[in-house]
Design a protein around this ligand. Structure first.
Ligand SMILES: CCCCCCC/C=C/C(=O)SCCNC(=O)CCNC(=O)[C@H](O)C(C)(C)COP(=O)(O)OP(=O)(O)OC[C@H]1O[C@@H](n2cnc3c(N)ncnc32)[C@H](O)[C@@H]1OP(=O)(O)O
Length: 673
């Protein structure tokens, strides 16, 4: 329903009332129609404000009514009548104005919003189109490109963005209804001619064709990705193991070894999947902290997902002996081979002979760990992404001796945990991190050549990544990569002169290592590629220290900074990552391009509407990718992986078949080996 009352003498205030989000049920629509009629018929009322009760404007059509017989007044004429009113109508938006809620607000003559409100047309996420005037009014108000973006993505925008786009007239930090009532008083009697959005003409666009072409490309990418996501479940390995011929084993009880950040997340993910879990941590302090953290993570998850969790599904232990009867173990100790070797040797003794032993390593050799056990065929990698109970991606890494049943079991467990599980072969960094390494290195090189973290991140964020490479590095911690580079014998900052920027015969940038030596590990230390207001702060700010440091670094190494544009940033960072993807396909580490695309979309923030790196390469054109890589390789001959991979060249030589035919080219090649 809707409540109607007169306030401040001459303002008719209509309050939508339908908890929890004031959705536009039949009775709310009836309430609005009746209240508007009353307000317009009352001589004392000079203007109208529409708001929602309990700090929410309106969550849109009442989804609970979908599928039922339509009753009550329809939305379109209701909104039309509001727009046609001869008294100003102001929407006072708090909380959310979504779907039909935003469409109602667009029918009003003015929109005032609280700064914390969210607005959007999310119908597409429900398989609908905005059918209450949104597709007509929004493009007229903010232009076709911006409206198309909101309508086709369904994304929610903040009040600040909505103001910038022109959806809102005013944003306030104060009581929105009070501000709207005052505003309504101030516009009493003013002409409404320029306020009825449906009478606006749509700004003509010279490049409408390219706009629609772009939208079509997005649609193609999303459709491709829909199938790619499903294709990864039909896994296969070069040894011939396949999803449809491999029998997974039942897993009822699992264990996690090591309760750091990853181990806790994995424990939560397993418990949420309904398994009983033995959580092992040999350090008493860490164990105590985990015992507090895990239940509260579970509780938060249950509130979010509306599920219940058996509180005693997790038992904690300080010794590995506690895992004697489990079906599967996931090791998540510190990323140190010697330590992991010891854990696997112990597990091999303690566990039942048929227990599956998994490692959460992000890059170490799964075959080597398997060799520490009595049953190497029961060892696989289960590479989770942080936070492990939230991130959708799981790389299931099969080793040379992993049995088909072991791979099938890990894949099925991943699915049970709600993950997108992708089977990949064993190599340094597996598929995702191996490709990421190339991307990161190019970003460092770009800084050496004259770019700034801001410029690189802006290019990547405009491409669609939720955060650029440097903001991401600050978030995940610069020390993570530093440790890996040290273990690989790369991070040696004592080198000077030319050798400082060359390792193992290839170009190397020590910039990340140098920052770590300055204690700049990213967000956690409050300093990294950016500065933060405090350790743990989230808002990245440009750091003059860093810019000065880069200037000095370039001067020290005789590097003359040059102007670098966004196109070069994208090509250098993305094409080199794509090239590594082709190399991975060629080596059989990933079975098909869909696997790589799923890994990048679910694990690394690659924008879904661009389909994943391999699909993107197909869209850009393989010839162009080869041509650009060759050009960059000529300019940087000491970066060998800028050379187009053999598979990429072969695909071009085969007339650049579309992505769904690449597997044939890969298969033909492998069968000739
Ligand atoms: C078939 C022909 C129809 C013609 C329609 C004409 C055009 C209009 C179309 C539409 O408007 S479609 C609906 C568009 N709106 C949405 O998609 C919004 C969906 N909701 C949300 O995004 C969020 O719920 C929220 C509004 C941002 C609030 O988020 P928050 O995290 O604060 O709370 P939630 O836990 O998500 O929700 C709380 C509570 O509210 C229920 N709910 C939310 N939206 C609706 C709705 N539109 N209709 C009915 N109920 C809704 C949600 O289920 C939760 O309820 P409980 O589970 O707690 O009971």
């Amino acid at each position: 329903m809707a409540q109607y009352r007169r306030v401040s003498g001459s303002v008719g205030l209509i309050t939508l009332q339908n908890p929890p989000v004031n959705a536009l049920s039949a009775s709310v629509r009836q309430g609005i129609v009746d209240s508007v009629k009353r307000a317009l018929g009352d001589q004392k009322v000079k203007s109208v404000v529409i708001c929602g009760q309990n700090g929410v404007f309106c969550g849109g059509a009442d989804i609970r009514e979908f599928g039922r017989q339509m009753s009550g007044p329809p939305l379109v004429p209701m909104i039309h009548d509001i727009e046609a009113a001869n008294k100003p109508v102001v929407a006072a938006i708090e909380g959310s104005a979504l779907g039909g809620g935003l469409e109602l607000a667009l029918g009003c003559h003015y929109r005032i919003s609280h700064s914390k409100a969210k607005l959007g047309l999310p119908e597409v996420t429900l398989g609908l189109l905005p059918a209450a005037g949104g597709t007509q009014r929004l493009p007229r108000l903010i232009g076709v490109p911006a409206a198309l973006n909101l309508i086709t993505t369904g994304r929610h925008v903040t009040a600040a963005e909505a103001l910038q786009l022109g959806i809102l007239d005013h944003v306030t930090e104060h009581n929105t209804v009070d501000v709207a009532v005052k505003f309504a008083l101030s516009v009493t009697g003013e002409s409404l001619d320029g306020r009825r959005i449906s009478s606006f003409s749509c700004a003509p666009l010279s490049d409408l064709d390219s706009l629609f072409e772009e939208a079509m490309l997005k649609a193609r990418a999303l459709q491709y990705f829909f199938f790619a996501q499903r294709a990864v479940g039909r896994w296969s390995t070069p040894s011939g193991a396949r999803w449809d011929t491999s029998q997974p084993r039942p897993v009822r009880k699992a264990a996690v070894i090591g309760l750091g950040t990853m181990g806790r997340g994995i424990t939560v993910a397993l418990a949420q999947a309904g398994l009983s879990v033995v959580a092992v941590e040999t350090h008493a302090k860490q164990l105590m902290e985990a015992k507090k953290a895990v239940p509260s993570m579970l509780k938060r998850g249950a509130v979010r997902g509306g599920t219940t969790i058996e509180p005693d599904s997790i038992t904690y232990s300080e010794t590995v002996q506690a895992v004697a009867d489990v079906d599967l173990v996931i090791e998540a100790v510190f990323e140190d081979m010697a330590l992991k070797e010891k854990v696997f040797q112990q597990l091999s003794i303690v566990c039942k002979p048929d227990t599956l032993l998994c490692t959460n390593t992000s890059s170490l050799d799964v075959d080597h760990l398997a060799s520490q056990t009595r049953h190497p065929e029961l060892v696989v990698g289960m590479h989770f992404f942080a936070p492990a109970h939230v991130m959708k991606l799981l790389e299931v890494v099969y080793g040379r001796r992993s049995s088909p049943a072991a791979v099938a079991t890990a894949m099925q467990l991943g699915k049970k945990m709600g993950k997108v599980s992708v089977a990949v072969g064993n190599c340094r960094g597996f598929a995702g991190n191996r490709m990421l390494k190339r991307y990161l290195e190019q970003a460092f090189f770009l800084l050496e050549e004259g770019a700034t973290p801001e410029l690189v991140d802006r290019a990547l964020e405009e491409f669609g990544f939720p955060m650029g490479v440097f903001r991401m590095s600050d978030l995940s911690g610069l020390d993570v990569g530093w440790r890996v580079r040290k273990a690989d014998g790369l991070a040696d900052t004592s080198l000077t002169g030319t050798s400082a920027r060359v390792r193992q015969g290839c170009r190397y940038s020590p910039l990340g290592d140098l920052l770590c030596e300055h204690g700049r590990f990213g967000q956690k230390t409050g300093r990294g590629w950016y500065q933060y207001d405090k350790p743990g702060g989230r808002v990245a700010k440009s750091d003059p220290w860093l810019h000065n440091f880069l200037d000095e670094y370039r001067a020290r190494h005789g590097l003359v900074p040059r102007c670098i544009d966004q196109q070069e940033v994208l090509e250098r960072c993305l094409f080199v990552l794509i090239n590594e993807g082709f190399q991975i396909l060629e080596e059989g580490i990933a079975a098909g391009p869909e696997d790589i695309d799923a890994i990048y979309v679910f694990g690394y923030g690659w924008p879904r509407h661009r389909g994943g790196p391999m699909f993107y390469a197909d869209m850009v054109g393989l010839e162009r990718v080869v041509e650009r890589l060759e050009r960059y390789h000529q300019a940087h001959p000491n970066v060998p992986y800028l050379q187009p991979s053999g598979l990429l060249r072969r695909l071009v030589a085969n007339g650049s078949p579309p992505i769904h035919k690449w597997r044939n080219v890969i298969k033909n090649r492998n069968s000739q080996l």
